[in-house]
Design a protein around this ligand. Structure first.
Ligand code: BJW
Ligand code: ZN
Length: 244
């Protein structure tokens, strides 16, 4: 029999959640870990591919140098994602839409699992692996889960690239700004399954805290952000968010 320990949730967090209208959730790779998606840091299998560290292959520099190799890397990643499903953490976050007057989900993940669990209006800071975009006119193209990805832009015929944000690249217009605006206005901010190392995403909890929000981290390990959170719930996102 599987035992699930109830996390030690403070009375203050319970009270704040009972009164909260505006809640922001920032998620990272750890929220998809229980679906079987490898994280980038601290284990998993994504850290290197064909001997290349992910910071090298998932970079704007590599895209300029070798687009076919970058496509190969994302084709491989889509293949591993194809059969995976949202987990209890994605589902709990989707249910919070009915619980709070204004729930903002800001994710660094590119896997689309929040949307598949039913979350609407997810702010994708780092793009989506199920889309390609034209390197010239930026037109977005869906990549079907079954079948082959589009070869060239249907508008201008130029090369397509994965619609994800690589190291050294700029985030999608308005995405971070929208997240920052919601962070500054929220009452409770959850930071779930992220190492908090990648900017500007990692600045959202800081913006929330500076504006007076209660910041709560959910992670089995301590992170770069732990010391600046008001509460740290240690454990897996699926267990803790379901209990909350
Ligand atoms: C669980 C769990 C369970 C496990 N339950 N939890 C300021 C200072 C220094 C540098 C910069 C700065 N501002 C910008 C930069 C440069 C750079 C950056 O941040 N570098 C740092 C690493 C130093 N940022 C950028 O380049 C960004 N662009 C930008 O800022 O443009 C302007 C600019 C350019 C150049 C210079 C300055 C400014 C773009 C960042 C794009 C990041 N892209 C990636 C790859 C996407 C495509 C792909 O998938 O390949 O996004 S990198 C990778 O890291 C991916 C993730 O979204 C991102 C964050 O990782 P995340 O989600 O935190 O995952 P992990 O693996 O790190 O952590 C997992 C966590 O889960 C762990 O804590 C586990 O414990 C936990 N966990 N199981 C809950 N069951
Ligand atoms: Zn085009």
């Amino acid at each position: 029999m599987q035992t699930v320990t109830t996390p030690n949730i403070s009375a203050e967090l319970r009270q704040r959640l009972a009164n909260a209208k505006r809640v922001l959730v920032l998620t990272g790779a750890g929220v998809s870990a229980e679906s079987g998606v490898p994280t980038f840091r601290g284990g998993g299998n994504t850290a290197t591919w064909k001997g290349l560290p992910f910071e090298v292959i998932s970079s704007g520099t590599m895209l300029e140098r070798n687009l076919p190799l970058v496509w190969e890397w994302f084709d491989y990643r889509r293949e591993t994602l194809r059969s995976l499903k949202p987990n209890a953490a994605h589902e709990a976050i989707a249910r919070w839409q009915e619980r709070f007057a204004e729930l903002t989900v800001v994710t660094q993940n590119i896997d689309g699992l929040h949307q598949r669990a039913g979350s609407r209006h997810v702010v994708e800071l780092h793009g989506n692996i199920w889309r390609a975009r034209c390197a010239v006119c930026r037109l977005s193209h869906e990549i079907p889960a079954a079948g082959t990805r589009p070869g060239a832009c249907e508008e201008c015929g130029n090369a397509l690239r994965p619609d994800v944000v690589l190291f050294g690249e700029i985030l999608p217009a308005g995405a971070f700004e929208f997240g920052a605006q919601r962070a500054a206005a929220c009452e409770v901010c959850f930071v779930v399954g992220t190492s908090g190392l990648v900017y500007p995403a990692a600045s959202l909890p800081e913006i929330a805290k500076a504006a007076g929000a209660f910041v709560c981290e959910v992670n089995p390990e301590r992170t770069a952000l732990s010391d600046r959170c008001d509460e740290v719930l240690t454990g897996k996102a699926g267990d803790i968010l379901s209990a909350l």
